[in-house]
Design a protein around this ligand. Structure first.
Ligand code: NAP
Ligand code: G4F
Length: 339
């Protein structure tokens, strides 16, 4: 019998890659969408999957809607990827973020507890929960210190997932995924903002790139490999929680420099903090500037994960390294912006 999977957040980066993986594996894939404009399906369209995923309407804010869908679909596996996922917005919309990212998880778990307890459940947890990091690198034992309404809401989702596993014996896994990027990444996140801007500058369509904190460091991996880890978690004989990361950390400044390199432009830095500037070494033109508009009220300065447990127990491994990731994103954006 064909396995039936329900993916929430189907319009997002991970939703698209996960749908692709599950379709390749022969699943019947239902994609839950909160229904906005048609244009939002650009990722599924880009992967040629629009007709293969069965789109159903489910908003995590609407309890009866969630219950109804779980009752109707009777999924074997549920991947909860839906979220207000932009950290900066969570400072502006903390209550909405908590409703979706914290209580939304509980709504799905309650629906499963009553109507489909045997389903396997994946919760999209995040390295942001480590926040002001308590040790380096971070693994499944590291204490959390969240620094945004987003990560506080996600921490609730993480613990309630564990609680339903421990209280009701449900097959619930929480994947603590570090940042993962791709040509399907949203344009508001720093990596895609950079690669898209670099491509625009290269084609003469943009003047300069304006960023926030250049010194923040992240452990950046490649999204298609990370959705594979989600699937592996639900195939294992026991439900558990796993850190998924590359084990490397790089600054926003390094990402920017590599991205310009990949477009054949060498950057020379000058100044500190908000006074930082990046100039084209050849022409002296300013290509990168800093604006405090992109700073956050509380920042996560550095993240670096230790994926040893996932490597040992799940047989997962990160393959795409930093330079390759930057290169493939820049090349994609240069191609797609070509006049
Ligand atoms: P994404 O591109 O922002 O996708 C999130 C999706 O959730 C969007 O399609 C959005 O719908 C949907 N959504 C928002 N509110 C909803 C609601 N009330 N009901 C139903 N759907 C709703 O995020 P992503 O990068 O694919 O990440 C997937 C998940 O992993 C998220 O939960 C994120 O927080 C988490 N995560 C991501 C990373 C990363 O580096 N990418 C790392 C760790 C954890 P619309 O399209 O309609 O806005
Ligand atoms: O790309 P970001 O917005 O991602 P952030 O905040 O790390 O969150 C992402 O990864 C999390 C996993 O750790 C996910 F849970 C979450 O859903 C999301 O996918 O920002 C990365 C860093 C930050 O320190 C930010 O301050 O880049 C810094 N930054 C500097 N200039 C900027 C900018 N971020 C953005 N978005 N835009 C800028 O201009």
């Amino acid at each position: 019998m064909m396995k039936r999977a329900l993916i929430t957040g189907i319009r997002g980066q991970d939703g698209a890659y996960l749908a692709q993986l599950l379709l390749e594996k022969g699943y019947d894939v239902y994609g839950a969408d909160r229904r906005s404009s048609e244009a939002g399906f650009w990722r599924l369209r880009e992967l040629g999957l629009e007709k293969q995923v069965k789109i159903i309407y489910m908003d995590l804010l609407e309890h009866t809607n969630v219950v109804d869908i779980i009752k109707k679909i009777q999924p074997d596996e549920v991947y909860n990827l839906a979220a207000q996922s932009f950290v900066k917005t969570s400072f502006e919309q903390p209550i909405f973020t908590a409703e979706v990212d914290a209580i939304g998880v509980l709504r799905i778990l309650e629906a499963l507890r009553y109507y489909r307890q045997e389903a396997r459940f994946y919760q999209a947890s995040t390295s942001e929960m480590f926040g002001k990091v308590q040790s380096m690198p971070q693994d499944e034992q590291t204490n959390f210190h969240p620094r945004s309404p987003y990560s506080i809401a996600k921490l609730f989702g993480h613990w309630v997932t564990i609680n339903y596993r421990e209280s009701y014996g449900m097959f619930c896994c929480s994947g603590i995924l570090f940042n993962h990027e791709s040509p399907l990444r949203g344009f508001e996140f720093v990596t895609r903002k950079i690669t898209r801007s670099v491509a625009g500058i290269r084609h003469g369509r943009e003047d300069r790139l304006v960023l926030g904190n250049l010194d923040a460091k992240r452990d950046w991996g490649y999204a298609p490999e990370y959705v594979y880890a989600m699937w592996l978690m639900l195939q294992h004989e026991r439900p558990d929680d796993y850190v998924i990361a590359t084990g490397e950390t790089h600054s926003v400044r390094e990402f920017t420099e590599r991205a310009f390199d990949a477009a054949g432009i060498r950057i020379q830095w000058e100044g500190e903090g908000p006074e930082s500037k990046g100039r084209d070494r050849k022409t002296g033109r300013v290509l990168v500037e800093v604006s405090p508009d992109f700073y956050r009220p509380a920042e996560v300065d550095i993240l670096r994960g230790n994926p040893e447990k996932a490597i040992k127990v799940l047989g997962w491994e990160p393959k795409t390294r930093f330079d390759t990731l930057v290169q493939l994103m820049v090349e994609h954006d240069i191609r797609s912006l070509k006049p």
